[in-house]
Design a protein around this ligand. Structure first.
Ligand code: NI
Length: 391
């Protein structure tokens, strides 16, 4: 009998307890010491070998059965967000201004449940690495683990991660091959002109005016420099210049974010930003510099691994509850840095649309505990299928 949602029901209460405990004690990126400590203790109690401090507060649990050297990596994120929780239920955050508003508490609990179940049943032949990642919310936790030798120390033939999706019905999955979530870049443009008295513009090179021209001109990048079929966003989200009514500012700063579905498009946008910033500033007799960084690579699922993940989901809930063509998401996810190293797939599990079904990063959000057995069953079945013991 292949593993299904019901197989994991005996662990439902425990997973719910862990999830609510993590929810009540949220920790920001690279500060997940309590969460990581609890995860490590539970893994070790189940007989899983734990390596701590991979990518600072990250950790890896390794479970080996049989003789095969085939391997699979399963990843969950552990960090919370700097949001004051608006919920009033018993398991609400006890850490002021910090909240699990993206469901990483649930991701951690699901993977823990899968690990405990697999350690008890061991119906596979090979090596499973349970990757508990820190600092997914823009602080570079996945990259920190990769740079700490994650895949050289814990080689994986393929990797899988899962994120809950509000508004996707409970008991449903969404799996997509290719670009799934946008890469995210942040930029800062610093303009230097010549300050002067507000009543004497002839003595100035007005940095505020130059910044305004740049802000308008860079909106031509998506409209005029990219193919109409290439989806991208350039948003100027901050403009700062000047402190007084009677001073023309010498410097100005503008910054914002870029989203795109390939590294190539991100690099093209960076080049256009630089050209427009420097060229516009020069046209007005000022100068400008661009700082561009990419905290999130585009999330791109490997075609073969996406097929595999979809077949696991279909086996669990039936084809009609697996959305194979969900719209790409403009938000970003740093599992992308792991997917750049090892072929794999990121999938979505429905968080439902009832109570607690509000969007992630909202003060009223809560992970839906009803999806814990199904999420854990995905991981278990993926291991048992991929590392199937010879009959
Ligand atoms: Ni998230």
């Amino acid at each position: 009998m292949p593993t299904n949602r019901d197989t994991l029901l005996p662990l439902h209460a425990e997973m719910t307890g862990w999830r609510r405990d993590f929810h009540a004690h949220p920790e920001l990126g690279f500060q997940e010491t309590r969460t990581g400590g609890r995860v490590a203790a539970l893994l070790e109690a189940a007989g899983i070998v734990v390596t701590r401090g991979v990518g600072r507060t990250g950790l890896v649990g390794t479970l080996k059965t049989g003789k095969s050297t085939r391997s699979i990596g399963l990843r969950a994120d552990m960090d919370a967000l700097p949001i004051a929780e608006g919920n009033r239920f018993v398991h609400r955050s006890t850490h002021e201004g910090v909240m699990h508003a993206c469901g990483h508490d649930g991701h951690t609990a699901m993977l823990l449940g899968a690990a405990v179940h697999l350690a008890r049943t061991r119906r596979f032949d090979g090596i499973v690495h349970f990757i508990f990642q820190p600092a997914e919310e823009g602080l570079g936790g996945a990259r920190a683990m990769v740079e700490d030798g994650l895949f050289t120390r814990f080689p994986c033939d393929a990797i899988f991660g899962m994120h809950n999706r509000p508004k996707l019905g409970l008991g449903r999955f969404a799996v997509k091959s290719g670009p799934m979530m946008a890469g995210g870049g942040f930029f800062d443009i610093r303009v230097t002109g010549r300050g002067s008295h507000g009543a004497r513009p002839e003595s100035s090179v007005d940095a505020a005016l130059v910044a305004a021209q740049i802000a308008v001109s860079i909106q031509s990048i998506v409209a005029r420099n990219l193919s109409a079929l290439d989806n991208a966003v350039v948003s100027v989200t901050r403009i700062h210049a000047g402190d007084a009514y009677n001073v023309i500012p010498q410097t100005a700063e503008l910054g914002g974010t870029v989203r795109a579905f390939s590294r190539q498009t991100m690099e093209a946008i960076e080049a256009h930003l630089r050209r427009i910033a420097e060229g516009t500033a020069a046209a007005f007799g000022a100068s400008a510099t661009l700082d561009f960084r990419v905290p999130f690579a585009p999330t791109i699922n490997d075609a073969e691994q996406a097929e595999f993940a979809a077949s696991i989901c279909t086996g669990l809930v039936g084809a009609e509850k697996v959305d194979r063509n969900p719209p790409p998401i403009m938000a970003s996810e740093d599992f992308s840095f792991m997917l750049e190293q090892v072929p794999g797939c990121y999938i979505n599990i429905g968080n439902g649309d009832g109570e607690g079904g509000c969007e992630v990063h909202n003060p009223g959000y809560d992970f839906n505990d009803e999806s814990l057995p199904l999420g854990a069953a995905f991981f278990v079945r993926a291991v048992e299928t991929r590392l199937a013991a010879a009959a």
